[in-house]
Design a protein around this ligand. Sequence first.
Ligand code: NAP
Length: 253
Amino acid sequence: MILDKFSLKGKVAIVTGASRGIGRGIAVGLAEAGAQIVGVATRKMEETKAQVEGVGADFLGIEADLSSLDPIEEIISRTLEKFGHIDILVNNAGIIRRQPSLEFSLENWDQVININLRTAFFLAQAVARQFVKQGAGGKIINIASMLSFQGGILVPSYTASKSALAGVTKTMANEWAKYNINVNAIAPGYIATDNTAPLREDPDRNRSILERIPAGRWGSPDDLKGAAVFLASAAADYLHGHILAVDGGWLAR
Ligand code: NAP
């Protein structure tokens, strides 16, 4: 039956950036659908652990700084040690740096590209190698952005990272579909998290953003749960290389 295909019972999902915001929302959503969760962030994830365990799933927290590739091996080995297999990766950890392009610093360029793109790709590669070894396919969901489609203002490294992430989502999808690995992305619209707090605090930016959203409100991390569960599930077995906008209609304007 079709609803059974959305179940993630028995699956193990790694969610990066699970301490707060969209990552926490997605981790809890996948847990509600039946998955066991491995959360990765630089800090302890007590609130996420409590919410995941509150819906009856196991939670393993791994504290790691994803600005370098060093933690990748440990993320894979500790997940396998605890759960024995990996079925889903959500590449969600991400940062943004705002500075006019005329003054934009090399540091703000490298920090954003390293976490949002470089680590996301190489973690996906490591997880995909594990999927191939396991022989049963798997799901990779990259968290893209409206700035995978648009230029944005004051955020050149972020736009570069998210446009490139959407691009390599398709490359990975093309190469790994033959292993029954589905690589897709979710492009959230304007979601109320720490990442977007400066926009909501600026009355002019806040008003102009809200005026353009047909749904008439900022999104919440809960708004991403449905798309994440879908793309992580067998219901999405024939989806490859898709960038799914969950944006209150922003791109339709
Ligand atoms: P957020 O509230 O700022 O959360 C960012 C998450 O990434 C946190 O869990 C953070 O962990 C983790 N993270 C950041 N740097 C890290 C590092 N060096 N190593 C490990 N983890 C790190 O942001 P958010 O809005 O939920 O964003 C989540 C993702 O969605 C990002 O990729 C973002 O670009 C994307 N996105 C957001 C929006 C939006 O409107 N909010 C729209 C489109 C796309 P710590 O708590 O340990 O710092």
